[in-house]
Design a protein around this ligand. Structure first.
Ligand code: MG
Ligand code: ZN
Length: 351
């Protein structure tokens, strides 16, 4: 009894010390692909002049240029956030000299934290791939799928099932995942039913559908992942991608940007609710780059409408915002390089 009391007291003291130092136990990094200030504001204006994102009081700006280009792609942009190195456009999880670099997810996993990826596109697409794969071309989807088997990632949910089972090398990675004790889910309801253990959620053959066809896949899968990862006493790292803000921006489609933005913001809100309740989770929200060169010459706040003007069908080199909430959030202010985000998370999680 006495021993137990001493033990629980020391656990309490340890948790108090951790909180006092402003160090998080868990980190959730949410990436809105192509989400510049204008995409955020489009969602805000259309949503009655408010977003969940506004609950974050720490805001900064992120420079997104890559090693090869003023304007990054999602491969180099994702790799900068995941691995902390500037690399050439099109590359995944490698530096500009084609050397593989460990991602923050892989570092967390090595340090016995639980890890996860949730994506509103195929899990083999550039942004999620940057956290787990090492290839010199982002279109090597089958090789990227293979890299999921080389880690002990606890949870991954998104599309891209065909890259796991209809492969040129005839390997069936679904069977290999099952042999590694993964529970494989093909629907969001199956994902939500799994509360512990390892989970591979491959919900679509290729890319996830756009909003509103996708339903609550992104927020629901994110919270299902957190419920599983939360079982790990040492903490967890989770990356969540709102993938299709970028695609709607490539299409120069303001109405679709709003739909994708509000889906991402709902996900942000639910993660912030979790972080607020538990007090030990750092939530970081940023983008890999802006897409579309979007701006609004006119609009109407009361009516929730805007006139969208785009300057390109591609990406732009303009810096993107970063928002942070929870212990360590104050480290994400100011004008920062995209590669510094990984280093900050690494330090805060003591990896
Ligand atoms: Mg992406
Ligand atoms: Zn893009």
């Amino acid at each position: 009894m006495k021993k137990l009391l001493v033990l629980s007291l020391s656990v309490m003291l340890f948790s108090l010390t951790v909180l006092a130092q402003g160090k998080p136990k868990n980190v959730v990094l949410l990436i809105g692909d192509g989400m510049g200030l204008a995409q955020i504001y489009a969602g805000m204006v259309a949503n009655g002049n408010k977003l969940q994102l506004e609950r974050c009081k720490n805001v900064g700006f992120v420079k997104t240029y890559s090693a090869s280009h003023f304007t990054t792609d999602s491969g180099a942009g994702g790799t900068a956030l995941a691995c902390g190195v500037k690399t050439k456009n099109g590359m995944i999880g490698m530096n500009a000299d084609s050397m593989a670099v460990h991602s923050i997810l892989e570092l967390a996993e090595k340090n016995s934290l639980a890890t996860g990826i949730v994506s509103a596109c195929a899990v083999t697409h550039a942004t999620p791939a940057s956290f787990i794969a090492h290839v010199n071309n982002r279109n090597m989807y089958e090789e990227i799928a293979t890299d999921y088997l080389k880690t002990d990632i606890d949870v991954f949910v998104g599309g891209g099932r065909k890259y796991f089972e209809e492969r040129a090398d005839n390997r069936n990675l679904i069977d290999e995942l099952k042999a590694k004790n993964y529970q494989v889910a093909y629907t969001i309801d199956d994902v939500k039913a799994i509360k512990s253990g390892k989970l591979a959620g491959l919900l679509y053959e290729d890319q996830n559908p756009a909003m509103p066809e996708r339903g609550k896949m992104l927020p629901d899968a994110t919270m299902a992942a957190i419920e599983i990862l939360d079982n790990n006493k040492k903490g967890f790292f989770l990356m969540v991608e709102g993938s299709q803000i970028d695609w709607a921006s490539h299409d120069n489609d303001g109405a679709q940007i709003v739909k994708e933005m509000l889906d991402f913001d709902e996900t942000v809100g639910r993660v912030l609710d979790y972080a607020q309740k538990h007090g030990n989770t750092l939530v970081i929200i940023t983008a890999d780059h802006e897409t579309g060169g979007l701006t609004f010459p006119t609009g109407n706040i009361k009516a929730g409408t805007f006139d969208a003007a785009f300057t390109t069908k591609g990406h732009t080199g303009i810096p993107v915002p970063v928002f942070a909430f929870g212990p360590g959030a104050d480290k994400f202010g100011g004008f920062i390089e995209n590669i510094s985000i990984k280093a900050k998370i690494e330090k805060l999680l003591r990896l």
